[in-house]
Design a protein around this ligand. Structure first.
Ligand code: AMP
Ligand code: MG
Length: 492
């Protein structure tokens, strides 16, 4: 086993463990009685320098279930706090996750390898530290779909069934997700130390974060204010991308916002079907705090919580830090609006210079979708044919096409080179997204019938979201008419 594991290609360099003593608790994975590899992401494994062929084996199942820690791993549970639905919880932490270690990928980037569902840690509170197969596969599908859509995100390296049952409302097959991230440092990680008044640890964490994610900021006159600005800019860009593809995170607590600017913690997330800003899928989001259209203001709210943690680092007297930090936060909305509009211009095929009417054009199209509950993804995808003069597929989406006919001339007047616009639009408006009914069907086949074929087929479709392929028409369809409203549950 030892020799073999070296051949597997893990070359760990565990900077979090080394540089941030006191910011985590060492922990080990619970044994899995009968591990079975459900999925291994070969491309990602290769990118991480791992031997995918050798890992796609019972040895891989032992490793990715947590039964066997490869040499050089230093498993630990990270400490963090967080605002959950607006309420501060001073201690959350990795209650069902373990950072196995860090590796440097083929592009020279440091990547965390983390288990989710590997058993209890010192942060588990009342929980069992386990994960069920359904939510694990859900995170796998959604994360890989987001990656293929070009949205910054953590990724799935492996899904492994443990062979034991986890008990939720009923017994469910247990599983471990192996996840890869630029890091797992969250707004909540900063909050953990800020809440304890531990400025020394906070500074250690901030300096580590700058070195790892924003090294150019170390030379700034005020690196911590610059960190706030850089994180805010990345979040503005990220949330704009979510909005463009119709992604609803569902649980944007501050512990689920990564400082790296990646999408993280796929729980009750889902993609929009018919367009409405108030869309909520999560069964626990009763007040719509994390509704589709609330995501930009919530990101800003979370960044304000981040700014609060940095005040004692920004200025010796935190009072003096409030004005500059507020000024930085005020740039968020402008950054977000600019990123959003730039993306909407691409979605609408506007290839010419920005013009004053662009915002109205974009909002006008969204109003058409909202007023008649039109499928967001289908509407944007069929717009490329409309640019070429073939608007029957788009018109067919509208029960009443009259408002579309009123909107279209102003848009058409802006399409100066229809073939170029159509090509550009098809490269940004996906034809395949993880549609809720398809995700559910794939999970139910895997969990209830031990049939992985729909899961694998869906992954293959979503790996190329912009390229229409014959035979995949059913993957473009909205949920059957009369389906019950879609509901998602937290990924525990
Ligand atoms: P999440 O819903 O993934 O954002 O998790 C919120 C917090 O609850 C984190 O601190 C998790 O580690 C913890 N948690 C969620 N599920 C479990 C579980 N089954 N066992 C222990 N801790 C959990
Ligand atoms: Mg979380």
């Amino acid at each position: 086993m030892l020799d073999l594991s070296r051949e597997l290609g893990f070359r760990f360099d565990n900077s979090y463990a080394r540089d941030l003593p006191g910011c985590y608790a060492p922990a080990t994975a619970a044994p899995a009685p009968a591990p079975r590899l459900i999925a291994l992401n070969h491309d990602l494994a290769a990118e991480l320098g791992l031997n995918a062929a050798a890992l796609d084996s019972p040895v891989g199942a032992e490793i990715f279930s947590g039964n066997y820690a490869p040499p050089g791993a230093a498993p630990l549970a990270q400490a963090y706090a967080g605002h959950q639905f607006g309420h501060f919880v001073p201690q959350l932490g990795d209650g069902r996750a373990l950072l196995l270690g860090e590796v440097i990928n083929a592009n020279g980037q440091r990547r965390d390898i983390q288990f989710k569902g590997s058993g209890r840690t010192p942060f588990s509170r009342g929980g069992d530290g386990k994960a069920a197969l359904g939510p694990v596969l859900r995170e796998y599908i959604l994360g890989e779909a987001m990656h293929a859509l070009g949205v910054p995100t953590t990724r799935a390296l492996a899904a492994t069934a443990t062979g034991e049952s986890v008990y939720r409302e009923s017994p469910l097959p247990g599983a471990v997700l192996t996840r890869v991230a630029a890091s797992h440092i969250r707004v909540g990680t900063f909050q953990f130390f800020a809440a304890r008044g531990d400025t020394a640890k906070l500074k250690l964490l901030a300096d580590y974060t700058i070195a790892r994610h924003y090294p150019h900021l170390a030379a700034e006159p005020n690196p911590y204010l610059a960190l706030l600005a850089a994180v805010a800019r990345r979040q503005a860009a990220l949330i704009a991308r979510w909005m463009h593809v119709g992604f609803i995170h569902g649980v944007m607590n501050t512990d689920n916002m990564a400082i790296s600017g990646e999408t993280i913690d796929y729980g009750p997330c889902a993609f929009l079907d018919s367009y409405h800003p108030a869309t909520v899928f999560s069964s626990i989001d009763h007040r719509g705090r994390y509704a589709y259209g609330q995501q930009p203001p919530i990101a800003r709210w979370n960044l304000t919580r981040f700014a609060e943690t940095l005040l004692p680092l920004i200025a010796a007297d935190p009072q003096d830090a409030i004005a500059p930090a507020t000024a930085v936060l005020e740039t968020f909305s402008d950054d977000y609006e600019a990123a959003w509009l730039a993306g909407m211009r691409s979605k609408l095929g506007l290839l010419d210079a920005p013009a004053t009417g662009d915002l109205a054009l974009a909002n006008g199209f969204l109003a058409l979708l909202e007023n008649q509950s039109i499928d967001y993804t289908q509407a944007f995808r069929t717009l490329s044919a409309a640019a070429l003069g073939e608007d029957a597929p788009l018109r067919a989406l509208f029960p009443d096409p009259a408002p579309y006919h009123s909107w279209a001339p102003a848009w058409r007047a802006r399409i100066v080179d229809p073939p170029a616009s159509a090509r550009a639009m098809d490269a940004v408006n996906p034809i395949y997204i993880p549609r809720n009914h398809l995700v559910e069907a794939a999970l139910s086949a895997a969990v209830d019938h031990n049939d992985l074929a729909p899961f694998q087929a869906l992954l293959a479709v979503l790996a190329q979201p912009f390229t229409a392929r014959p035979g995949l028409e059913s993957y473009t369809e909205a949920a059957p008419r009369g389906s019950a409203p879609y509901r998602t549950f937290c990924g525990t």
